[in-house]
Design a protein around this ligand. Structure first.
Ligand code: DSN
Length: 414
């Protein structure tokens, strides 16, 4: 940070304060993670200086021999990691990846089937204020009211009745495994494309603790910065026969010059995820989530679907505090960082909510295990029970001391 500090001390200070915040708090946001220093270095490299519209070997500007090498490596590693026939590593973010799939495989106004947004679907899965809901026609399937598990029978019935062009599975707040095979059967029964948005569980799939979406899905999108622990960005993978449609939709359909530094960092992340140690990491994420769920249940928290078998859980907090919003704010004051989240069939609005979403990828990256999950559950329980800010600040000292025992970037001074 020497050069940055010399040029712009204000931004250098902000970055240092953010590092301190990350190191001294407990991050439980299910979609976040801490990228390795190698990933960060690749992102800060000179690769960011190049323009390279097009694809490897077919660029519009000269001077792309090394950029081609980097993108090709990223693609080859992605294909190996997810057993994919084709990969496009250029999408800047998950929303852009999803947009490119819609743009490539559907016509405006086409129907698609996705999980109801208030039950775990993403903004790009059909929200009325998003391109997906404005330009296309979303039809929602739901979770079972009692079990909070995907109602595959309803999805099948709707698919047969509505004949959507595409069926979308993969979610942002679903704590259970997804049956991709069942979705394939549903898609086949009506001739729809099957799209899986695996952004949340990509690291679990790469680490072989969740079934792969391939060979069942026709097209798979993912971000690279969640459980996969890479740079902020995304990619699309698909069956070989859709490769041209997808590539054309990304460029020139929606994007201009790719972010070559981010693509290099994606290659680094895929290399990391191909190592045996990543399997251990993924396994531990799931063990930690299970342990956290068990401890919270023991403290009287109601968990959606009764628990978890992936990296996240949804806890109804209304028997402890007024709402998910209040819970989020109280916990933040003690240095426990999570987000309020609707519980399926929630009576409260998305701004208030009845629940919080808790994920273990960040804490697992720091090296925490089941024993620490017990402490984290204890801290959460006490945070919600705290009577005032003074009590939360005092609790915050305990949170800080636990966090400091598990540094994120061991040798980085701040
Ligand atoms: N914001 C992400 C999440 O928290 O799940 C989805 O894009």
């Amino acid at each position: 940070m020497g050069e940055l500090r010399k040029t712009d001390a204000a931004i250098a200070d902000i970055a240092m304060r953010e590092l301190k915040r990350q190191q001294e708090t407990l991050g439980l946001i299910a979609s976040e993670n801490y990228a390795s220093l190698a990933v960060l270095e690749a992102q800060a490299s000179v690769l960011q200086n190049k323009y390279s519209e097009g694809y490897s070997g077919k660029r519009y500007y000269a001077g792309n021999q090394f950029i081609d090498d980097s993108e090709t490596l990223a693609i080859e590693r992605a294909k190996k990691l997810f057993d994919a026939e084709h990969a496009n590593v250029q999408p800047h973010a998950g929303s852009q990846a999803n947009m490119a799939v819609f743009y490539g495989l559907m016509e405006y106004g086409d129907k698609f089937l996705g999980l109801s947004l208030d039950q775990g679907g993403h903004l790009t899965h059909g929200s009325p204020v998003n391109f997906s809901g404005k330009l296309y026609k979303p039809i929602a399937y739901h979770l079972d009211k009692k079990t909070h598990l995907i109602d595959y029978d309803e999805a099948e019935r709707l698919a047969k009745q509505e004949k959507p062009k595409l069926i979308l599975c993969g979610y942002t707040a679903y704590p259970r495994k997804i049956d991709f095979k069942r979705f394939r059967e549903i898609a086949d029964s009506t001739g729809a494309y099957l799209m899986a948005d695996i952004a949340h569980i990509a690291g679990l799939i790469a680490g072989k603790v969740h079934d792969n979406a391939f060979p069942y899905a026709d097209v798979v999108t993912t971000t690279t910065h969640k459980t996969l622990r890479g740079p902020r960005g995304a990619m699309i993978m698909c069956k070989a026969d859709l490769a041209q449609k997808i590539d054309k939709a990304v460029f020139p359909g929606l994007q201009g010059g790719p972010f070559d530094h981010a693509i290099a960092a994606k290659a680094v992340c895929f290399q990391e995820a191909l190592q045996p140690s990543f399997k251990e990491y993924a396994k531990q994420i799931v063990k930690n989530a299970g342990a956290l769920a068990g401890e919270l249940k023991g403290k009287g928290f109601a968990l959606s679907s009764g628990g978890t078998d992936n990296h996240l859980l949804l806890a109804d907090v209304t028997n402890k505090v007024e709402s998910g919003k209040v819970a989020q704010e109280k916990l933040e004051k003690a240095g426990i960082i999570c987000n309020r989240n609707m519980i399926p069939y929630d009576a409260k609005s998305p701004f208030v909510t009845s629940g919080i979403r808790l994920g273990t990828p960040c804490l697992t990256t720091r090296g925490m295990k089941e024993n620490e999950m017990k402490q984290v559950a204890e801290l959460i329980g006490r945070g919600l029970a705290a009577k005032d800010d003074a009590e939360l600040a005092k609790l915050g000292e305990e949170v800080r001391s636990l966090a400091l025992k598990f540094p994120i970037y061991k040798d980085v001074k701040y």
